[in-house]
Design a protein around this ligand. Sequence first.
Ligand code: BG6
Length: 475
Amino acid sequence: MSFPKGFLWGGAISASQAEGGWQEGGRGVENCDLIPAGPDRFAVMTGQKILALDDTEHYFPARNAIDFYHHYKEDIALFAEMGFKCFRTSLSWSRIFPKGDEETPNEEGLAFYESVVDELRKYDIEPLITMTHFDIPQYLIDNYEGWGNDLLNEFYRRFVTAVFTRLKGKVKYWLTFNEINLMCEIPEGMGIVIRKEDNRAQKKAEGIHRIAKACADTVRLCHEICPDALIGCMKMSSLAYAYTCAPEDQMEVVRHDHSMDYIIDIQARGKYPNYYLKQLERDGAKLDISEEDRKLLAENTVDFISFSYYNTTCVSADPQVNAEKSGGNGFAALKNPYLKASDWGWVIDPIGFRVLINQMYDRYQKPLFVVENGLGAVDSPDEYGYVEDNYRIDYLRDHIHQMELAIEEDGVEILGYTAWGCIDIVSGGTGEMKKRYGFIYVDMDDEGKGTKKRSKKKSFDWYKKVIASNGSDLS
Ligand code: BG6
């Protein structure tokens, strides 16, 4: 068995977890610069706690991250050595529009990303660019209530227009918002300001509506400015099994899927699904969707569906069972007794990957792109920075094999696979550095201390062989 010719093997990172350089090149402050590592992280992410820019009590990992800003040429050379066909990263909106409401972009910001793209092209690596991966200029939050304000659509339009115009012809694959379904459930995390006195459900629905329109508008602009490019949405995959075969548990699966699918349904099918509109009614929220909005959504659906996959979950209608929830990407999950879990309690489920790929392809009938998958683990490097990461190789091998079966036996169209955190980066969930995914080790600890020296792990050569054989040699 082998993968289709031209399959895009590669790796992925995001700006706020890798780039750093927060005060360089005219970049403005973004929300992620104010999110600390440590116990306050979640409270800040979800808007329950606000930290000042000059706070000295906390460590803010996004500010310097692994300094991809200064190391990108060295890092891309290593990706090229592994044979990457594709590399996914995201843009920091505030590097291009430092405050967010300017009329014209920051030239240095655009030049930086163009230089990253040119460096990739030098090695024939296809860039895959995520417009927004959890970030928003802090100025827009402080002065406009973020996506709580209609003006954001115009500001976002300026941002994506500047990017498409600058990078047209150089970037063929684009994504709108990273893990948008997860972020819709953490609205403050993507910059929808909701105050205590607000009707939360209403504010959330309005913010999501603006973002849904921004996505459709971005698709429209992409097709207009970069007619040869393809643009996709990005979903945090969320395969849920019924905890038992009780019909009540299966109904919970339906509810869970609805809560995870609606925003992707809008982007892929071009309209609000009925189950979501009914949910809004139950929550006491009312959306005013104009004819113009409906047209925008209907006419600008995505070309492909991308997603992350790390773990699966179980759902139950029994509150006593639900009390046992623990680790999982984004949300706590019910442990599956048939599966082992990672050091962070995320269950490892390669067959679930194939199940999910099938479900997504059946639902949308559009090509898929696996843009995140991998194992976050503690690595123990030797004195040369070499890590014998057999556990990571095993995880990736088993998942790639299931993806292969989905292509070969189930006939699913998959454009490519970019392993998450192909170089060690800061964890999005915890802000830790010790939760590592990379083929390349970065000498840095949880407080940002270390030389930031890069070194190859065992998985580096393994992945190189996988790519060279187009996936036929997973040994
Ligand atoms: C996804 C995000 O949710 O999972 C990434 O898109 C994140 O930004 C990744 O890093 C893995 O999560 P974590 O918490 O292990 O970094």
